[in-house]
Design a protein around this ligand. Structure first.
Ligand code: CDP
Ligand code: MG
Length: 724
């Protein structure tokens, strides 16, 4: 620090260049490494680098800057470093937010190397349940937008920060939108706070209008050399290579996007100049299937999947350099947030998986939908970074023209309980009057408020309650916070915290490698299955794992039991953190795990799940294997891996409603009607009128008594057969 002579908010390109060219790293006081110099050379070729002077001038002059450029130009990795040196003396932090955890981690790792420091010292990252930074020291922190939002709720002026960089703003996630609103406020309160909003699309006028006071935020677009990318619109199977060469629309019978992409990869390998290929698929299972098929058809090719649920080691592989032709098959994670070098060919299926909330059905539905034109152009732009490229679109030009110009912001289609709580926790009492960049759907907002009232997180006047404030600050979804509170009531707090942790990871603890998926279903789950509850099945597996003796090799044990040691360790870490965050709410007795041998053990957990997840319940259609959600009457099957399949339980609660070819309820637990019928939601619910009321009445008449009779005996019998 002593010999760093950059003056805050006055640095010039000459000063920082001299600093970066020096012998000694002022941050570590050690000589710069060879690798550092190699990276420096690469960095200085990035388009963003050539605009460093202009950027700094602008940064010195304005409080809010909107910056856009194509992907791969150096926004995420370079701009925060420009700011780092400019703010070096401020001793305040710089946050750079990312919608995805993986992107935050990957950017921090890269930037630490570029700055020649250890990750977690001057540069770090943090997101929910994981961090690599020192709170008092790390000056540049890559974090998820959600994580910064949780900090910001309790610190509206962002007092620890000198600059907030909102990256990938074009993705318009819900946390990004709320953050932007809070930042809009904060810049009025703190004249020394700087905000940079970075976007990969040019459409920034809405942001500019939004940030129009105290001064109109300037928009700075960084242009650079981009090579021409030819487009081919493919309808049906490719017929001949000559038609591809002429750039004609290829006609043919309709076939699936999966087969089409495999065929085009084959075509590229056989007939085109060597160059890496990037294939966009809607979801993980398409990615895995495509990889499997391409590996068979195109030997000699390095075929790599990329999606957010993969382990970071697997994800890193796509960046490694190779002499082979590389084919990366990815979800839309590769659209803007990650740049893979050397991509010449892009194959775009035109679809993406998105989570859509239907407030009337009260269901979050994961569905496959057409992407927007903006997304399609982003995907196309992944080719042509280093030389002219080609983009194969598996749809017609007409279809392209009919796509929406821009992706709908998530706030317009999201479930809003967390958002409402966060906005309220941040001090805005009226979510209707909140300064949203785009207003959320009124029905979704209304539904969120109702449900938060039902959970006791908002009072009758829709003001946040003390419990609601705690729920907002908690790292888990309000619905799980609520379920843990019920766990305390039913004497199974520890178990419910574990179940909440098990439900908060992206991946299941049960391994299901695509190639061995059926075998995995046999060796994994059934060993731990509880006939009444998938939640308890998860808990059984987790408990077995965490109680393993010290001398047992956990990795091989997991392999033999169809479990993922990595995900279980992640669950373990989340579990510890959640337990810690609940300490103040728990008294000594709660901290004791419930007794497994207690006949009420399972019943209590099921009661707590019923009381916590009652919004997500379904009853079985008489004489069938299908269920209907209550009280909205949406039909769905039990997810095939559920331990409840075939058991004909009458009433269940579920964790998720999934829609693919069929509609499925995942992670279910049998509940007893009398546990939830008394809840205000069912007893006096405004929705249980008319048709819905009939469902309730019919149900009560037909099955209530029947189920109840058989119930207690059956339960006792089942509970006592569970091994300790
Ligand atoms: O944010 P933007 O898309 O504008 O670019 P970036 O993520 O900062 O990436 C700039 C360049 O850094 C990329 O083109 C990659 O060559 C390189 N990079 C990398 O090699 N590894 C990373 N984890 C991130 C970036
Ligand atoms: Mg970026």
């Amino acid at each position: 620090m002593r010999h760093v002579i950059v003056i805050r908010n006055k640095t010039t390109v000459q000063q920082v260049t001299a600093l970066e060219n020096g012998q000694t790293n002022p941050l570590t006081e050690k000589p710069y490494s060879e690798h550092y110099r190699k990276l420096l050379e690469q960095r200085r070729k990035l388009p963003v680098h050539f605009k460093r002077g202009e950027f700094l001038e602008m940064y010195h002059k304005y409080q809010v800057i909107i910056l856009s450029s194509d992907t791969g130009f150096g926004k995420t990795t370079q701009i925060p470093q420009f700011v780092f040196w400019d703010e070096y003396q401020s001793k305040l932090k710089i946050a750079c937010t990312q919608p995805r955890r993986l992107a935050a981690k990957s950017a921090a790792t890269r930037v630490a190397k570029e700055m020649d420091v250890a990750l977690g010292q001057q540069v770090g990252y943090k997101f929910r349940f994981e961090s690599m930074q020192v709170e008092s020291e790390t000056q540049l922190v890559y974090m998820t937008d959600g994580k910064l939002l949780v900090d910001a709720m309790m610190d509206r002026t962002f007092s620890k920060y000198c600059c907030i960089i909102v990256d990938e703003a074009h993705e318009r996630t819900v946390p990004t939108d709320i953050l932007l609103a809070l930042l809009k406020d904060a810049v009025q309160l703190r004249s020394d706070l700087k905000v940079i909003i970075m976007s990969a699309t040019l459409d920034t006028s809405k942001l500019q209008t939004y940030f129009s006071s105290p001064h109109k935020a300037p928009v700075y677009h960084i242009q650079g050399e981009a090579y021409h990318v030819d487009e081919f619109y493919i309808r049906g199977p490719a017929q001949s290579e000559s038609s591809l060469n002429q750039g004609e629309i290829i006609q043919g019978e309709s076939s699936s996007y999966l087969e089409d992409s495999v065929r085009i990869v084959e075509h590229i390998q056989a007939h085109r100049e060597p160059g890496h290929i990037l294939v966009f698929m809607p979801g993980e299972s398409d990615v895995e299937q495509a990889c499997e098929k391409i590996r068979i058809k195109c030997q000699d090719m390095l075929v790599l999947p990329l999606y957010s649920a993969l382990s970071s080691e697997h994800q890193e592989r796509v960046f490694a350099s190779t002499s082979k032709q590389k084919c990366v098959v990815a979800t839309n994670i590769a659209e803007t947030s990650l740049t893979i070098d050397g991509i010449v060919y892009v194959i775009d299926c035109g679809l993406a998986k998105e989570m859509v909330y239907n407030p009337r059905a009260r269901l979050r539905i994961l569905q496959t939908a057409p992407i927007s034109q903006a997304s399609a152009n982003q995907r196309k732009g992944r080719a042509g970074r280093t030389r002219p490229g080609i983009c194969f679109r598996l749809y017609t030009q007409d279809m392209f023209n009919q796509l929406q110009p821009c992706t709908t912001p998530a706030i317009a289609r999201a479930e809003l309980k967390s958002a409402v709580l966060q906005v309220q926790r941040a001090g805005s009492f009226d979510v209707w009057a909140f300064d949203w960049l785009d207003k959320p759907a009124p029905e979704a907002l209304l539904r969120a408020i109702e449900e938060l009232k039902d959970m006791g997180f908002l009072d009758q006047h829709a003001k946040i309650t003390a419990q609601g404030r705690q729920a907002a600050e908690s790292p888990i979804d309000p619905i799980w916070y609520h379920t843990i509170l019920k766990g305390i009531t039913y004497g199974c707090a520890m178990e419910m915290i574990a179940i909440a942790a098990l439900s908060s990871t992206q991946n299941s603890i049960f391994v299901r490698p695509f190639e061995y998926r059926y075998a995995a279903d046999i060796i994994g789950r059934p060993q731990f299955a509880h006939p009444f509850s998938d939640h308890i099945t998860l808990l059984n597996a987790y408990s077995a794992w965490s109680q393993l003796a010290k001398n047992v090799d956990k990795a091989s044990w997991c392999e033999a039991h169809g479990l993922s040691d990595r995900i279980l360790r992640e669950v373990g870490s989340i579990h510890r953190q959640l337990r810690f965050s609940f300490t103040s709410l728990l008294n000594k007795g709660d901290l004791q795990p419930a007794k497994f041998s207690d006949p009420a053990f399972v019943t209590n957990i099921r009661k707590a799940l019923a009381a916590g997840l009652f919004f997500q319940s379904a009853i079985r259609i008489k004489g069938e294997d299908r269920y209907k959600t209550v009280p909205q009457n949406f039909e769905a099957l039990l997810s095939p891996e559920s331990a409840l399949v075939g058991a004909q339980h009458e009433w269940i609660v579920f964790t998720e409603f999934k829609m693919s070819a069929k509609q499925y309820l995942t992670t279910c637990t049998r509940v007893e009607p009398e546990w939830i019928m008394d809840l205000p939601y069912f007893a006096e619910n405004r929705m249980l009128k008319g048709r819905d009321g009939r469902v309730k009445q019919e149900y009560v008449q037909q099955s209530f008594a029947r189920v109840r009779e058989a119930l207690e005996d059956e339960l006792r019998a089942k509970d006592s057969t569970i091994e300790e």
